[in-house]
Design a binder for this molecule. Structure first.
Ligand code: GUN
Ligand code: ZN
Length: 496
Protein backbone atom coordinates (compact mmCIF):
# COMPACT_ATOMS: atom_id res chain seq x y z
CA UNK A 1 0.00 0.00 0.00
CA UNK A 2 1.38 3.38 -1.02
CA UNK A 3 1.08 6.10 1.52
CA UNK A 4 1.66 9.24 -0.50
CA UNK A 5 -1.66 9.43 -2.32
CA UNK A 6 -5.07 9.64 -0.73
CA UNK A 7 -8.29 9.77 -2.69
CA UNK A 8 -10.93 12.11 -1.30
CA UNK A 9 -13.66 12.05 -3.94
CA UNK A 10 -14.37 10.18 -7.14
CA UNK A 11 -16.58 10.29 -10.23
CA UNK A 12 -16.11 7.80 -13.05
CA UNK A 13 -12.39 7.05 -12.93
CA UNK A 14 -11.80 10.72 -12.03
CA UNK A 15 -10.81 11.62 -8.52
CA UNK A 16 -9.81 14.40 -6.19
CA UNK A 17 -6.77 13.34 -4.25
CA UNK A 18 -4.00 14.53 -2.02
CA UNK A 19 -0.43 13.85 -3.04
CA UNK A 20 2.10 14.10 -0.22
CA UNK A 21 5.51 15.28 -1.40
CA UNK A 22 7.80 14.60 1.57
CA UNK A 23 10.88 16.42 0.37
CA UNK A 24 8.87 19.61 -0.25
CA UNK A 25 7.03 19.29 3.05
CA UNK A 26 3.72 19.92 1.27
CA UNK A 27 0.66 18.13 -0.01
CA UNK A 28 -0.73 18.90 -3.44
CA UNK A 29 -4.41 18.64 -4.24
CA UNK A 30 -5.07 16.71 -7.44
CA UNK A 31 -6.05 16.98 -10.24
CA UNK A 32 -3.13 19.40 -10.40
CA UNK A 33 -1.56 21.39 -13.18
CA UNK A 34 2.22 21.66 -13.27
CA UNK A 35 3.25 24.67 -15.35
CA UNK A 36 6.52 23.98 -17.14
CA UNK A 37 9.26 26.42 -16.19
CA UNK A 38 12.00 26.91 -18.71
CA UNK A 39 14.84 28.34 -16.58
CA UNK A 40 16.05 30.51 -19.44
CA UNK A 41 12.67 32.06 -20.24
CA UNK A 42 10.51 32.12 -17.12
CA UNK A 43 7.60 33.43 -19.19
CA UNK A 44 5.60 33.69 -15.97
CA UNK A 45 7.64 33.85 -12.75
CA UNK A 46 7.20 30.86 -10.41
CA UNK A 47 6.47 33.25 -7.53
CA UNK A 48 3.65 34.72 -9.62
CA UNK A 49 2.33 31.24 -10.38
CA UNK A 50 2.08 30.72 -6.68
CA UNK A 51 0.61 34.09 -5.68
CA UNK A 52 -1.66 34.87 -8.64
CA UNK A 53 -2.67 31.38 -9.80
CA UNK A 54 -2.45 29.29 -6.64
CA UNK A 55 0.05 26.86 -8.20
CA UNK A 56 1.02 24.19 -5.67
CA UNK A 57 3.44 22.36 -7.96
CA UNK A 58 5.51 23.04 -11.07
CA UNK A 59 7.80 21.07 -13.35
CA UNK A 60 11.15 22.00 -14.83
CA UNK A 61 13.69 20.14 -16.90
CA UNK A 62 16.58 18.67 -14.94
CA UNK A 63 18.52 17.97 -18.11
CA UNK A 64 18.33 21.60 -19.29
CA UNK A 65 19.68 22.65 -15.89
CA UNK A 66 22.36 19.97 -16.06
CA UNK A 67 23.56 21.38 -19.40
CA UNK A 68 23.10 25.07 -18.53
CA UNK A 69 26.23 27.17 -18.12
CA UNK A 70 24.11 29.85 -16.53
CA UNK A 71 22.12 27.81 -14.01
CA UNK A 72 23.83 24.49 -13.31
CA UNK A 73 26.04 25.69 -10.48
CA UNK A 74 23.37 27.91 -8.97
CA UNK A 75 20.89 25.05 -9.01
CA UNK A 76 23.44 22.85 -7.22
CA UNK A 77 24.44 25.41 -4.63
CA UNK A 78 21.11 27.16 -3.96
CA UNK A 79 18.65 24.41 -4.78
CA UNK A 80 15.61 24.71 -7.02
CA UNK A 81 13.25 26.14 -4.42
CA UNK A 82 15.49 29.20 -3.99
CA UNK A 83 16.51 29.43 -7.65
CA UNK A 84 12.84 29.61 -8.59
CA UNK A 85 11.59 31.37 -5.47
CA UNK A 86 8.81 28.78 -5.19
CA UNK A 87 7.63 27.19 -1.96
CA UNK A 88 5.47 24.43 -3.43
CA UNK A 89 6.47 21.09 -4.90
CA UNK A 90 8.92 20.93 -7.81
CA UNK A 91 9.05 18.01 -10.24
CA UNK A 92 11.95 17.60 -12.66
CA UNK A 93 12.09 15.79 -15.98
CA UNK A 94 15.16 13.90 -17.11
CA UNK A 95 15.94 14.79 -20.71
CA UNK A 96 13.92 11.92 -22.20
CA UNK A 97 12.04 14.36 -24.33
CA UNK A 98 15.31 15.86 -25.63
CA UNK A 99 16.42 12.28 -26.30
CA UNK A 100 13.33 11.64 -28.39
CA UNK A 101 13.64 14.96 -30.25
CA UNK A 102 17.39 15.04 -30.91
CA UNK A 103 18.32 11.35 -30.73
CA UNK A 104 20.85 11.55 -27.93
CA UNK A 105 21.68 13.03 -24.56
CA UNK A 106 25.00 13.09 -22.73
CA UNK A 107 24.12 11.77 -19.31
CA UNK A 108 23.36 8.37 -17.79
CA UNK A 109 20.24 7.35 -15.93
CA UNK A 110 21.98 7.25 -12.53
CA UNK A 111 23.81 10.56 -13.13
CA UNK A 112 20.68 12.50 -14.03
CA UNK A 113 18.75 11.04 -11.07
CA UNK A 114 21.58 12.00 -8.70
CA UNK A 115 21.74 15.44 -10.28
CA UNK A 116 17.99 15.90 -9.75
CA UNK A 117 18.49 14.85 -6.12
CA UNK A 118 21.40 17.29 -5.75
CA UNK A 119 19.49 20.31 -7.05
CA UNK A 120 16.73 19.62 -4.54
CA UNK A 121 14.06 18.26 -6.87
CA UNK A 122 11.07 16.88 -5.00
CA UNK A 123 9.98 14.42 -7.69
CA UNK A 124 12.64 13.20 -10.13
CA UNK A 125 12.45 11.23 -13.37
CA UNK A 126 14.64 8.49 -14.84
CA UNK A 127 15.45 8.45 -18.56
CA UNK A 128 12.54 6.65 -20.15
CA UNK A 129 12.25 6.16 -23.92
CA UNK A 130 9.20 8.03 -25.30
CA UNK A 131 8.19 5.71 -28.14
CA UNK A 132 5.94 7.62 -30.56
CA UNK A 133 2.60 6.36 -31.93
CA UNK A 134 2.55 4.32 -35.10
CA UNK A 135 5.84 2.41 -34.75
CA UNK A 136 5.99 -1.40 -35.01
CA UNK A 137 4.99 -3.50 -32.01
CA UNK A 138 8.49 -4.93 -32.07
CA UNK A 139 10.16 -1.54 -31.71
CA UNK A 140 7.70 -0.39 -29.05
CA UNK A 141 8.32 -3.58 -27.08
CA UNK A 142 12.09 -3.40 -27.32
CA UNK A 143 12.18 0.28 -26.29
CA UNK A 144 9.82 -0.55 -23.44
CA UNK A 145 12.31 -3.16 -22.20
CA UNK A 146 14.90 -0.37 -21.95
CA UNK A 147 12.47 1.87 -20.08
CA UNK A 148 11.63 -0.96 -17.67
CA UNK A 149 15.33 -1.57 -17.04
CA UNK A 150 15.81 2.15 -16.32
CA UNK A 151 13.00 2.05 -13.75
CA UNK A 152 14.53 -1.04 -12.13
CA UNK A 153 17.89 0.74 -12.02
CA UNK A 154 16.30 3.87 -10.54
CA UNK A 155 15.15 1.81 -7.55
CA UNK A 156 18.72 1.33 -6.43
CA UNK A 157 19.85 4.95 -6.85
CA UNK A 158 20.14 6.70 -3.51
CA UNK A 159 17.60 9.49 -4.00
CA UNK A 160 16.93 10.30 -0.36
CA UNK A 161 13.40 11.65 0.21
CA UNK A 162 12.92 12.56 -3.45
CA UNK A 163 9.92 10.84 -5.01
CA UNK A 164 10.61 9.22 -8.37
CA UNK A 165 8.44 9.05 -11.48
CA UNK A 166 7.94 5.69 -13.16
CA UNK A 167 7.01 6.61 -16.75
CA UNK A 168 4.77 4.22 -18.66
CA UNK A 169 5.56 3.77 -22.35
CA UNK A 170 4.43 1.29 -25.02
CA UNK A 171 3.34 3.56 -27.90
CA UNK A 172 -0.28 2.97 -28.96
CA UNK A 173 -0.28 -0.73 -28.02
CA UNK A 174 -2.69 -1.40 -25.15
CA UNK A 175 -1.00 -4.71 -24.24
CA UNK A 176 2.36 -2.96 -23.88
CA UNK A 177 0.91 -0.02 -21.94
CA UNK A 178 -0.77 -2.40 -19.52
CA UNK A 179 2.35 -4.48 -19.03
CA UNK A 180 4.46 -1.31 -18.65
CA UNK A 181 2.06 -0.09 -15.99
CA UNK A 182 2.02 -3.40 -14.06
CA UNK A 183 5.79 -3.43 -14.08
CA UNK A 184 6.02 0.21 -12.96
CA UNK A 185 3.50 -0.39 -10.19
CA UNK A 186 5.54 -3.31 -8.88
CA UNK A 187 8.64 -1.13 -8.47
CA UNK A 188 9.06 1.01 -5.38
CA UNK A 189 8.74 4.18 -7.50
CA UNK A 190 6.05 6.69 -6.67
CA UNK A 191 4.29 8.60 -9.44
CA UNK A 192 3.14 7.15 -12.77
CA UNK A 193 3.35 9.38 -15.82
CA UNK A 194 1.81 8.08 -19.03
CA UNK A 195 4.42 9.12 -21.60
CA UNK A 196 4.72 9.93 -25.29
CA UNK A 197 1.15 11.14 -25.65
CA UNK A 198 2.15 14.61 -26.92
CA UNK A 199 1.89 13.54 -30.60
CA UNK A 200 -1.60 12.15 -29.91
CA UNK A 201 -2.75 15.35 -28.27
CA UNK A 202 -1.18 17.60 -30.88
CA UNK A 203 -2.97 15.56 -33.54
CA UNK A 204 -6.32 15.76 -31.68
CA UNK A 205 -6.19 11.94 -31.44
CA UNK A 206 -8.18 11.90 -28.21
CA UNK A 207 -9.70 8.45 -28.66
CA UNK A 208 -6.24 6.91 -28.87
CA UNK A 209 -5.12 9.01 -25.92
CA UNK A 210 -8.02 7.63 -23.87
CA UNK A 211 -7.23 4.06 -24.97
CA UNK A 212 -3.60 4.50 -23.92
CA UNK A 213 -4.54 5.91 -20.52
CA UNK A 214 -7.19 3.27 -19.87
CA UNK A 215 -4.73 0.49 -20.78
CA UNK A 216 -2.16 1.95 -18.37
CA UNK A 217 -4.80 2.25 -15.64
CA UNK A 218 -5.52 -1.48 -15.92
CA UNK A 219 -1.97 -2.19 -14.79
CA UNK A 220 -2.02 0.25 -11.87
CA UNK A 221 -3.61 0.08 -8.44
CA UNK A 222 -6.20 2.69 -7.49
CA UNK A 223 -3.68 4.30 -5.13
CA UNK A 224 -1.28 5.18 -7.97
CA UNK A 225 -1.08 8.90 -8.80
CA UNK A 226 -1.17 9.16 -12.60
CA UNK A 227 0.43 11.99 -14.58
CA UNK A 228 -0.35 12.66 -18.23
CA UNK A 229 3.05 13.79 -19.50
CA UNK A 230 2.97 16.87 -21.70
CA UNK A 231 -0.79 17.37 -21.46
CA UNK A 232 -1.47 21.05 -21.07
CA UNK A 233 -4.46 21.95 -23.19
CA UNK A 234 -7.50 22.77 -21.04
CA UNK A 235 -9.91 21.41 -23.68
CA UNK A 236 -8.99 17.86 -22.66
CA UNK A 237 -8.69 18.16 -18.88
CA UNK A 238 -12.22 16.89 -18.19
CA UNK A 239 -11.67 13.89 -20.49
CA UNK A 240 -8.24 13.06 -19.07
CA UNK A 241 -9.48 13.35 -15.47
CA UNK A 242 -12.51 11.16 -16.22
CA UNK A 243 -10.11 8.59 -17.70
CA UNK A 244 -8.18 8.59 -14.41
CA UNK A 245 -5.33 11.14 -14.71
CA UNK A 246 -4.33 13.17 -11.66
CA UNK A 247 -1.48 15.39 -12.84
CA UNK A 248 -0.93 17.45 -15.99
CA UNK A 249 2.01 19.50 -17.07
CA UNK A 250 1.62 22.45 -19.31
CA UNK A 251 4.19 24.00 -21.55
CA UNK A 252 1.29 24.90 -23.84
CA UNK A 253 0.48 28.08 -21.92
CA UNK A 254 3.91 29.52 -22.79
CA UNK A 255 4.59 27.85 -26.15
CA UNK A 256 1.21 28.84 -27.54
CA UNK A 257 1.54 32.40 -26.22
CA UNK A 258 4.74 32.79 -28.15
CA UNK A 259 2.84 32.14 -31.40
CA UNK A 260 -0.05 34.40 -30.46
CA UNK A 261 -2.34 31.49 -29.66
CA UNK A 262 -5.15 31.91 -27.17
CA UNK A 263 -6.40 28.81 -25.30
CA UNK A 264 -10.04 28.14 -24.51
CA UNK A 265 -11.86 25.07 -23.22
CA UNK A 266 -13.16 24.61 -26.76
CA UNK A 267 -9.81 24.71 -28.53
CA UNK A 268 -7.23 27.22 -29.67
CA UNK A 269 -7.88 30.63 -31.19
CA UNK A 270 -5.41 33.01 -32.73
CA UNK A 271 -5.19 36.48 -31.22
CA UNK A 272 -5.18 37.91 -34.74
CA UNK A 273 -8.63 36.40 -35.39
CA UNK A 274 -10.34 37.65 -32.25
CA UNK A 275 -12.57 40.71 -32.13
CA UNK A 276 -13.85 39.92 -28.63
CA UNK A 277 -12.38 38.01 -25.68
CA UNK A 278 -14.68 35.17 -24.57
CA UNK A 279 -13.06 35.26 -21.14
CA UNK A 280 -13.11 37.46 -18.09
CA UNK A 281 -9.75 36.70 -16.53
CA UNK A 282 -7.79 39.79 -15.43
CA UNK A 283 -5.91 39.88 -18.76
CA UNK A 284 -9.06 39.77 -20.87
CA UNK A 285 -11.31 41.84 -18.65
CA UNK A 286 -9.05 44.86 -18.85
CA UNK A 287 -8.25 44.73 -22.56
CA UNK A 288 -9.63 44.09 -26.00
CA UNK A 289 -7.87 41.84 -28.53
CA UNK A 290 -7.03 45.04 -30.39
CA UNK A 291 -5.23 46.61 -27.42
CA UNK A 292 -3.40 43.35 -26.69
CA UNK A 293 -2.23 43.13 -30.32
CA UNK A 294 -0.86 46.66 -30.17
CA UNK A 295 1.51 45.90 -27.26
CA UNK A 296 5.23 45.16 -27.74
CA UNK A 297 5.79 41.45 -28.51
CA UNK A 298 7.38 40.48 -25.19
CA UNK A 299 4.61 42.12 -23.16
CA UNK A 300 1.91 40.62 -25.37
CA UNK A 301 3.44 37.15 -24.98
CA UNK A 302 3.53 37.38 -21.19
CA UNK A 303 -0.10 38.54 -21.05
CA UNK A 304 -1.25 35.81 -23.42
CA UNK A 305 0.60 33.24 -21.29
CA UNK A 306 -1.22 34.58 -18.25
CA UNK A 307 -4.59 34.27 -19.96
CA UNK A 308 -3.65 30.73 -21.02
CA UNK A 309 -2.84 29.88 -17.41
CA UNK A 310 -6.03 31.48 -16.09
CA UNK A 311 -8.18 29.44 -18.44
CA UNK A 312 -6.24 26.27 -17.57
CA UNK A 313 -6.56 26.68 -13.80
CA UNK A 314 -10.16 27.69 -14.15
CA UNK A 315 -10.94 24.53 -16.11
CA UNK A 316 -9.16 22.43 -13.53
CA UNK A 317 -11.29 23.98 -10.78
CA UNK A 318 -14.39 23.35 -12.90
CA UNK A 319 -13.39 19.71 -13.26
CA UNK A 320 -12.73 19.35 -9.53
CA UNK A 321 -16.09 20.88 -8.66
CA UNK A 322 -17.75 18.45 -11.09
CA UNK A 323 -16.01 15.49 -9.41
CA UNK A 324 -17.12 16.81 -6.03
CA UNK A 325 -20.74 17.19 -7.20
CA UNK A 326 -20.76 13.92 -9.12
CA UNK A 327 -21.47 15.49 -12.49
CA UNK A 328 -18.18 14.94 -14.28
CA UNK A 329 -19.95 13.01 -17.06
CA UNK A 330 -22.31 15.93 -17.62
CA UNK A 331 -19.30 18.26 -17.87
CA UNK A 332 -17.63 15.81 -20.20
CA UNK A 333 -20.64 15.74 -22.50
CA UNK A 334 -20.56 19.53 -22.69
CA UNK A 335 -16.84 19.56 -23.42
CA UNK A 336 -17.21 16.74 -25.95
CA UNK A 337 -19.59 18.94 -27.95
CA UNK A 338 -16.79 21.45 -28.46
CA UNK A 339 -14.91 19.40 -31.03
CA UNK A 340 -15.57 16.22 -33.05
CA UNK A 341 -12.28 14.75 -31.84
CA UNK A 342 -13.52 15.20 -28.28
CA UNK A 343 -16.69 13.25 -29.17
CA UNK A 344 -14.38 10.42 -30.22
CA UNK A 345 -12.43 10.71 -26.97
CA UNK A 346 -15.63 10.60 -24.93
CA UNK A 347 -16.94 7.59 -26.88
CA UNK A 348 -13.61 5.79 -26.42
CA UNK A 349 -14.02 6.34 -22.69
CA UNK A 350 -17.61 5.01 -22.78
CA UNK A 351 -16.31 1.90 -24.59
CA UNK A 352 -14.58 1.14 -21.29
CA UNK A 353 -17.68 1.70 -19.17
CA UNK A 354 -17.46 -1.82 -17.68
CA UNK A 355 -14.20 -0.82 -16.02
CA UNK A 356 -15.50 2.64 -15.14
CA UNK A 357 -18.51 1.04 -13.50
CA UNK A 358 -16.25 -0.76 -11.03
CA UNK A 359 -14.87 2.53 -9.68
CA UNK A 360 -17.81 4.89 -10.23
CA UNK A 361 -19.57 5.89 -6.97
CA UNK A 362 -23.01 4.30 -6.53
CA UNK A 363 -24.67 7.56 -5.58
CA UNK A 364 -24.23 11.10 -6.90
CA UNK A 365 -26.32 14.16 -7.76
CA UNK A 366 -28.93 14.01 -10.54
CA UNK A 367 -28.15 11.98 -13.65
CA UNK A 368 -28.78 14.26 -16.64
CA UNK A 369 -29.56 12.47 -19.86
CA UNK A 370 -28.10 14.78 -22.51
CA UNK A 371 -27.56 12.69 -25.62
CA UNK A 372 -27.47 9.13 -26.90
CA UNK A 373 -23.99 8.93 -25.39
CA UNK A 374 -25.53 9.25 -21.92
CA UNK A 375 -27.15 5.85 -22.48
CA UNK A 376 -23.66 4.29 -22.39
CA UNK A 377 -22.61 5.76 -19.06
CA UNK A 378 -21.43 3.33 -16.39
CA UNK A 379 -24.55 3.99 -14.30
CA UNK A 380 -26.76 2.55 -17.08
CA UNK A 381 -24.50 -0.45 -17.45
CA UNK A 382 -24.65 -1.02 -13.70
CA UNK A 383 -28.45 -0.93 -13.72
CA UNK A 384 -28.60 -3.34 -16.64
CA UNK A 385 -26.20 -5.71 -14.88
CA UNK A 386 -28.40 -5.55 -11.82
CA UNK A 387 -31.50 -6.33 -13.89
CA UNK A 388 -29.67 -9.40 -15.16
CA UNK A 389 -29.39 -10.64 -11.57
CA UNK A 390 -32.87 -9.70 -10.30
CA UNK A 391 -35.62 -12.19 -9.87
CA UNK A 392 -39.16 -10.86 -9.92
CA UNK A 393 -41.94 -12.15 -7.70
CA UNK A 394 -45.00 -12.41 -9.91
CA UNK A 395 -45.85 -14.62 -12.87
CA UNK A 396 -47.11 -11.64 -14.88
CA UNK A 397 -45.28 -8.35 -14.62
CA UNK A 398 -46.17 -5.07 -16.26
CA UNK A 399 -43.32 -2.78 -17.23
CA UNK A 400 -45.08 0.50 -17.74
CA UNK A 401 -45.39 4.21 -17.44
CA UNK A 402 -49.20 3.83 -17.25
CA UNK A 403 -51.30 2.95 -14.20
CA UNK A 404 -53.56 0.10 -15.30
CA UNK A 405 -52.05 -2.83 -13.45
CA UNK A 406 -55.21 -4.79 -12.54
CA UNK A 407 -54.33 -7.82 -14.61
CA UNK A 408 -50.78 -8.02 -13.31
CA UNK A 409 -49.10 -9.28 -10.16
CA UNK A 410 -46.58 -6.50 -10.16
CA UNK A 411 -45.86 -3.25 -11.99
CA UNK A 412 -42.44 -1.75 -12.55
CA UNK A 413 -41.84 1.65 -14.04
CA UNK A 414 -39.95 1.92 -17.31
CA UNK A 415 -37.33 4.58 -17.04
CA UNK A 416 -35.24 5.24 -20.18
CA UNK A 417 -32.33 4.70 -20.67
CA UNK A 418 -32.25 2.38 -17.64
CA UNK A 419 -35.34 0.35 -18.46
CA UNK A 420 -37.37 -1.47 -15.77
CA UNK A 421 -37.01 -0.17 -12.24
CA UNK A 422 -37.90 -2.32 -9.23
CA UNK A 423 -40.42 -0.27 -7.19
CA UNK A 424 -38.10 -0.14 -4.18
CA UNK A 425 -35.36 1.55 -6.19
CA UNK A 426 -37.29 4.19 -8.05
CA UNK A 427 -36.32 7.07 -5.76
CA UNK A 428 -32.62 6.33 -5.60
CA UNK A 429 -29.68 7.38 -7.77
CA UNK A 430 -29.44 7.18 -10.74
CA UNK A 431 -33.14 6.50 -11.28
CA UNK A 432 -33.97 10.03 -10.27
CA UNK A 433 -32.64 10.91 -13.73
CA UNK A 434 -33.66 14.08 -15.53
CA UNK A 435 -34.05 13.76 -19.26
CA UNK A 436 -35.45 15.75 -22.15
CA UNK A 437 -39.09 15.15 -23.10
CA UNK A 438 -37.97 14.74 -26.71
CA UNK A 439 -35.84 11.75 -25.97
CA UNK A 440 -33.67 10.35 -28.74
CA UNK A 441 -33.97 6.75 -29.90
CA UNK A 442 -30.81 5.71 -28.10
CA UNK A 443 -32.53 6.31 -24.77
CA UNK A 444 -35.46 4.03 -25.64
CA UNK A 445 -33.18 1.42 -27.17
CA UNK A 446 -31.13 1.26 -23.99
CA UNK A 447 -34.36 0.87 -21.98
CA UNK A 448 -35.36 -2.02 -24.24
CA UNK A 449 -31.95 -3.60 -23.66
CA UNK A 450 -32.70 -3.36 -19.92
CA UNK A 451 -36.03 -5.16 -20.45
CA UNK A 452 -34.15 -7.89 -22.31
CA UNK A 453 -31.72 -8.36 -19.43
CA UNK A 454 -34.56 -8.70 -16.93
CA UNK A 455 -36.54 -11.08 -19.16
CA UNK A 456 -33.49 -13.29 -19.68
CA UNK A 457 -32.96 -13.53 -15.94
CA UNK A 458 -36.62 -14.46 -15.39
CA UNK A 459 -37.59 -16.85 -18.19
CA UNK A 460 -40.70 -18.08 -16.37
CA UNK A 461 -42.25 -14.66 -15.92
CA UNK A 462 -44.57 -13.10 -18.48
CA UNK A 463 -43.57 -9.51 -19.12
CA UNK A 464 -45.70 -6.86 -20.78
CA UNK A 465 -44.16 -3.59 -21.89
CA UNK A 466 -46.68 -0.77 -21.98
CA UNK A 467 -45.10 2.18 -23.75
CA UNK A 468 -45.93 5.66 -24.90
CA UNK A 469 -44.79 5.92 -28.47
CA UNK A 470 -41.49 4.10 -28.31
CA UNK A 471 -39.71 4.05 -31.66
CA UNK A 472 -39.71 0.83 -33.68
CA UNK A 473 -35.95 0.50 -33.24
CA UNK A 474 -36.52 0.10 -29.48
CA UNK A 475 -39.52 -2.24 -29.83
CA UNK A 476 -37.37 -4.40 -32.13
CA UNK A 477 -34.90 -4.90 -29.31
CA UNK A 478 -37.44 -6.45 -26.97
CA UNK A 479 -37.13 -10.24 -26.67
CA UNK A 480 -39.77 -12.30 -28.52
CA UNK A 481 -41.59 -13.47 -25.41
CA UNK A 482 -42.37 -9.95 -24.19
CA UNK A 483 -45.86 -8.59 -24.94
CA UNK A 484 -46.06 -5.04 -26.19
CA UNK A 485 -48.93 -2.68 -25.46
CA UNK A 486 -49.02 0.78 -26.97
CA UNK A 487 -50.53 3.33 -24.61
CA UNK A 488 -50.66 6.27 -26.96
CA UNK A 489 -49.91 7.79 -30.29
CA UNK A 490 -46.43 8.23 -31.50
CA UNK A 491 -45.99 11.97 -31.27
CA UNK A 492 -42.43 12.17 -30.13
CA UNK A 493 -40.55 10.56 -32.97
CA UNK A 494 -40.73 12.59 -36.14
CA UNK A 495 -37.60 10.77 -37.29
CA UNK A 496 -39.23 7.34 -37.24
N1 GUN B 1 7.41 14.88 -21.55
C1 GUN B 1 6.43 14.65 -22.46
N2 GUN B 1 6.39 13.33 -22.76
C2 GUN B 1 7.33 12.72 -22.02
C3 GUN B 1 7.75 11.36 -21.89
O1 GUN B 1 7.22 10.44 -22.52
N3 GUN B 1 8.77 11.11 -21.00
C4 GUN B 1 9.37 12.11 -20.28
N4 GUN B 1 10.35 11.79 -19.43
N5 GUN B 1 8.99 13.40 -20.41
C5 GUN B 1 7.99 13.69 -21.26
ZN1 ZN C 1 -8.61 35.53 -20.33
Amino acid sequence: MREIFEIRDADGAGRIGELTVPRAGVTVETPALLPVINPHLRTVEPATLESAFGAEILITNGYILYKSKEFRERALSEGLAKLYDFSGAIMTDSGSFQLSEYGEITVTNAEILEFQRDIGSHIGTPIDIPTPPGVSHERAESELETTKARLDAAESVDVGEMLVNAPIQGSTYPDLRESAASHAYETSLDVFPVGAVVPLMNGYRYAEMVDVVRAAKRGLGADAPVHLFGAGHPMMFALAVAAGCDLFDSAAYALYARDGRYLTVAGTDHLDDLDYFPCSCPVCAERTPETLRSLPAARREKLLARHNLHVSYRELRTVKQAVREGNLFELLERRARNHPAMVDGYRALLDDSAALERVDPVSKGSFFYLSTDSARRPEVRRHHDRLGRLSVDGDRVLLSAGDDNSRFDETWRLNPPFGPVPPALSDSYPLTIERPERLDRGGYEAAAAGVARLAEANPDTEFTVAHWGWPESAIDRLPDGVDVLSLGADSQHPDE
